[in-house]
Every structure is written in structure tokens, then in C-alpha cells.
Design a binder for this molecule. Structure first.
Ligand SMILES: [Ca+2]
Ligand SMILES: [Ca+2]
Length: 311
């Protein structure tokens, strides 16, 4: 993993699985373009030469990338959408099979402290908690009952792949994600411009206050926000910056054998003082079988002979 990120180091804790493997034989469902927007074919300027970039992450140099037309979800996949997938397919996520996941320590209910597995050595603001998964995102006593419109979390890259495949879609490449996230703003730091505040208003869900000791939640959210919060970008995408990191198709090292995948966009755990990765060009990696409380995803579809009937 890239150094200095706000994600937990998932390799520092291991708990043997006591559960059977999930059935992963997904079946195709009719795809739909509802909730998706079309990104036009053509070149765009990817990456940055800005001094705020992290050189070790490979954000630069700024370069021209040419893409075909594609469609992308306006917003990250919600708990409601993931519930429908699970109900129809019987899919069991990797976190459910392994039996624990990471929760931001400041969001853990005191009643769940008895279920602690341990703390991430490099990022102690994350704690491992038994029976934490997408249905119980903040520990076993939590639920998604009030979070139906929030992004699904504690999903691995493989889980995201399964959801996408089931829906006749796929994960975006990093280039597709960044082109869509820019919304036509090829030289901007953020989806709305170069200033973190947008005309004096918070424009995304990150961390305000002192990281990692106090989160003032001036943007309105301590944890995740509903996926349609804040203003959309120029292409109509919501929360590309902040809220949850989003899985991309690409391997971190451009290798088919690389077990780490690119994630983009930053999350509610990002703070300027520690992880200024809620910028459009920012990138980091996460093990493809890893999952946490602040990584979700959105899907793309190629233009779509098979989808035209739904337009
Ligand atoms: Ca926040
Ligand atoms: Ca995001």
C-alpha cells in the first residue's frame, strides 16, 4: 500500500475463517442505464504536476489519455442496491466469510468494544472488530436500517466485481474513473474547482478538525453520507471526492499478478494534514481481498447494444 494513507494496514491482523466459502457463481441480470450518465469519447488530461501531489503515488506526470464512450453510475452503489443483489444471488461477501473488518475507532459503539480483534499498528485509529461487515458497518451492534441510501462498505474488489457482473456492468478503469470524476475540469484539483470550500460551503465529505483525535463534522457527516449528498460534478456524478474510496479495475503495479488494486477519491477519513487524497488525480492501493468501512465502488457499462432497450 502507498505510504501515509488513511487506510488500515490489513495485513497486520489475521483471523482464520470459520465460515464456508461464498457461492460466487453469479448469473447475469438485465442491465439498466438507470442512474448512469454517458461520458463522451475522446481525450482528457489525466494526473497532475501540482505540488500537492504525492510523487510516490504516481499521480503524475499529467498526460493525455483517449477513451471510448462509456456509461458510469452517478453515485456509489448503495446498501439498498447491494441488498437487492445479495437477496437475488445469495452472495456472501469476503468480510462475512472471514468474520471481521476494520471500523474507525471513533465510530465504534462502546457495546462493541468486547468484540475487538485488535488495532492496526500503523493506523491505530482503525480497530478490527468481529462480525463487522456490510450489514453491520460500524460493529456487530450496528445496522444499515437507517443507511439504505449510504454507500455499501466492507466490500472487497472481488465483492464489487461480483456485484458488477451480476448487473451486467464492470468496475471502471482508473482512467475512466478520473475522466468521469473530472466532469470536464481537466486542470482542477477537485470536482468543483481548486478551492476546498465551494463558495464557502463544504463540497464533500472528509474530516474536519484535528486528525485523528477530533472530527468536528462541519460538513455534516462523521461517517458516510448518503450517496446523493453535495453538488454533482460537471457530468452529474456525486461524491467522487470524499465519502468513500472507490475500487477501480486496475492493478496498482500494472501487473496481472498484482494483488493490490487502485482506489480513487478519498473518504470521510481523509484530512489535509495526513491524507490529502480527495483530489481528482490522487490514488492509492488496497489489497483486492481487503475491505474496510470507507471503501465502496461505482460501476460502468460500455455503450451498450444490450442496454439500448432500457433507454
Ligand atoms: Ca465528514
Ligand atoms: Ca468517493
Amino acid at each position: 500500500m502507498a505510504s501515509g494513507c488513511c487506510s488500515p494496514a490489513v495485513t497486520t491482523l489475521t483471523v482464520a475463517s470459520a465460515r464456508p466459502d461464498s457461492p460466487i457463481d453469479t448469473k447475469p441480470a438485465p442491465a439498466t442505464l438507470t442512474g448512469m450518465v454517458k461520458i463522451p469519447a475522446g481525450p482528457f488530461s489525466m494526473g497532475t504536476n501540482n505540488a500537492l501531489a504525492y510523487p510516490a503515488d504516481g499521480e503524475g506526470p499529467k498526460r493525455t489519455v483517449v477513451l471510448e464512450e462509456f456509461w458510469i453510475d452517478e453515485a456509489a452503489v448503495t446498501n439498498q442496491a447491494f441488498s437487492e443483489f445479495v437477496e437475488a444471488s445469495g452472495y456472501i461477501t469476503e468480510a462475512e466469510r472471514i468474520g471481521w473488518s476494520f471500523v474507525p475507532a471513533f465510530l465504534l459503539s462502546p457495546k462493541d468494544e468486547q468484540h475487538l480483534v485488535g488495532t492496526s499498528a500503523d493506523t491505530p485509529w482503525w480497530v478490527g472488530v468481529m462480525n463487522t461487515d456490510w450489514r453491520h458497518p460500524l460493529g456487530p451492534s450496528s445496522s444499515i436500517q437507517e443507511l439504505q441510501s449510504h454507500p455499501v462498505v466492507h466490500v472487497s474488489w472481488e465483492d464489487a466485481q461480483a456485484f458488477a457482473q451480476w448487473n451486467g456492468k464492470r468496475l471502471p478503469t482508473e482512467a475512466e474513473w478520473e475522466k468521469a470524476a473530472r466532469g470536464g475540469r481537466e486542470n482542477s484539483l477537485y470536482a468543483w474547482g481548486d478551492e476546498l470550500m465551494n463558495d464557502g460551503d463544504h463540497a464533500c465529505n472528509i474530516w474536519q478538525g484535528d486528525f485523528p483525535t477530533s472530527n468536528s463534522a462541519e460538513d455534516g457527516y462523521l461517517g458516510t453520507a448518503p450517496v446523493y449528498s453535495f453538488q454533482p460534478n460537471g457530468y452529474g456524478l456525486y461524491n467522487v471526492c470524499g465519502n468513500v474510496w472507490e475500487w477501480c479495475q486496475d492493478s496498482w503495479n500494472n501487473s496481472f499478478t498484482d494483488e493490490s488494486k487502485v482506489i480513487k477519491g478519498g473518504s470521510f477519513m481523509c484530512h489535509d494534514s495526513y491524507c490529502n487524497r480527495y483530489r481528482l488525480s490522487a490514488r492509492t492501493s488496497h489489497p483486492k481481498n481487503g475491505f474496510t468501512a470507507h471503501i465502496g465502488f461505482r460501476c460502468v457499462a460500455d455503450t451498450p447494444r444490450e442496454l439500448l432497450g432500457s433507454l
